[in-house]
Design a protein around this ligand. Structure first.
Ligand code: FES
Ligand code: FES
Length: 204
């Protein structure tokens, strides 16, 4: 075995552990990795978090970086809320927080302790669908369905806010929820139906 063989094996081993050729070079040269590199490899201390979701309290131990979306999907197995962009741009992850719509991919779970979170799974009352859920079915307001839970949660808030007075107003206030299938006409009609039923059409 040549000294070149040993050096090459050491380099490959170091790269597999640290993920970078630079670290391999440091290993070979015997220098101490910079503090930043050491910090990146250290997992943050988990946090105990109490989340109220759909009127039920859940005690979770989470990485402090866990988003509300990942907490409900991965930890509570409530997979109705969808991850589309993960950047606050598509609305697929929309849930209600104390009755107001939020994009759960942008909220950290640890920061919403004590808030009442409602996901699509918490909207129906037993077997009875929420009027907007029923209207979506009645009006065929979805195709692939990926955006639908976010559309419905945002629509519930849109009606409660009094922003369902006309098709254009609904379009304006639902503009944060994208539908790649282009089911917008049917979504707007379903929201109008539910708003009418709720008697909450206030205009403006
Ligand atoms: S996944 Fe949250 S806005 Fe797109
Ligand atoms: S129904 Fe497919 S993205 Fe909206």
């Amino acid at each position: 075995m040549t000294s070149f063989d040993v050096t090459r094996r050491q380099l490959l081993a170091a790269t597999a552990v640290t993920g970078g050729a630079l670290a391999g070079g440091q290993f070979l040269s015997g220098t101490t990795p910079p503090a930043a590199a050491q910090g990146a490899a250290t997992a943050p201390v988990p946090l105990n978090v109490v989340l109220r979701v759909n009127e039920t309290e859940h005690r979770l131990t989470l990485d402090p970086r866990t988003t509300l979306l990942d907490a409900v999907r991965e930890h509570l197995h409530l997979t109705g809320s969808k991850k589309g962009c993960g950047l606050g741009q598509c609305g697929a992850c929309t849930v209600l927080m104390d009755g107001k719509r939020v994009k759960s991919c942008l909220s950290l779970a640890a920061l919403v302790e004590g808030r009442e979170i409602t996901t699509i799974e918490g909207l129906a009352r037993g077997e009875q669908l929420h009027p907007l859920q029923a209207a979506f079915i009645e009006r065929d307001a979805f195709q692939c369905g990926y955006c639908t839970s976010g559309q419905i949660m945002a629509g519930v808030a849109c009606i409660a806010e009094g922003h369902a007075g006309s098709p254009q107003e609904i379009r304006d206030w639902m503009s944060g929820n994208l539908c790649r299938c282009g089911a917008y006409d049917h979504i707007v009609t379903a929201i109008q139906d539910a708003a009418r039923e709720a008697g909450s059409v206030r205009g403006g």
